[in-house]
Design a protein around this ligand. Structure first.
Ligand SMILES: [Ca+2]
Length: 158
């Protein structure tokens, strides 16, 4: 079949979109602390596919959350869903956020920095434009004394 360049490009792009999926879903995650040791706020709650559950750390210096994708993926974008419930100021806790990525936990590089603050329920999308995106680990860290609480983190990759 003859294809125009536009059609070929379109077919290529459709293939790309089809193969990109959320590779963080159900993967192993950990975080700097768990708010009052409540199991409802453990690290896996950000990769359970449920926008009604969230992770939450204690109020502490540089709270972080990290997911192990299990193998190296070529990542396309990282979506972060901020906490939806609570006072407006709870939403604003998501600020001065470093999103780092790397092939190992010891080789993390900055993908994006988000100054914020975010609003309640905000859906943030980040692409790593200046760093190698063949990575296994994705980490969020607030560069401040703060609580880190997000409902979901999706890492679209192939
Ligand atoms: Ca969740």
């Amino acid at each position: 079949m003859h294809c125009s360049p536009e059609m070929e490009y379109s077919a290529y792009f459709k293939t790309l979109i089809k193969n990109v999926k959320d590779v963080a879903y159900g993967k192993s995650a950990k975080q700097s602390s768990v708010f009052r040791n409540l199991t409802v706020h453990i690290a896996s709650r950000a990769v359970d596919g449920d926008l009604k559950t969230w992770i939450q750390t204690e109020h502490e210096d540089m709270p972080f959350w990290i997911v192990d994708l299990d193998k190296i993926y070529k990542i396309k974008r990282i979506d972060i869903f901020n906490i939806k419930k609570g006072h407006r100021s709870s939403g604003n806790r998501l600020h001065d956020l470093d999103i780092t990525v790397g092939p190992t936990e010891n080789e993390m590089k900055l993908c994006a920095h988000y100054v914020g603050p975010a609003n309640l329920g905000e859906h943030l999308v980040f692409e790593c434009l200046h760093v190698d995106t063949h990575v296994r680990y994705v980490k969020l860290m607030i560069k401040d004394k703060e609580i880190l609480h997000v409902v979901e983190v999706k890492v679209y990759a192939w």
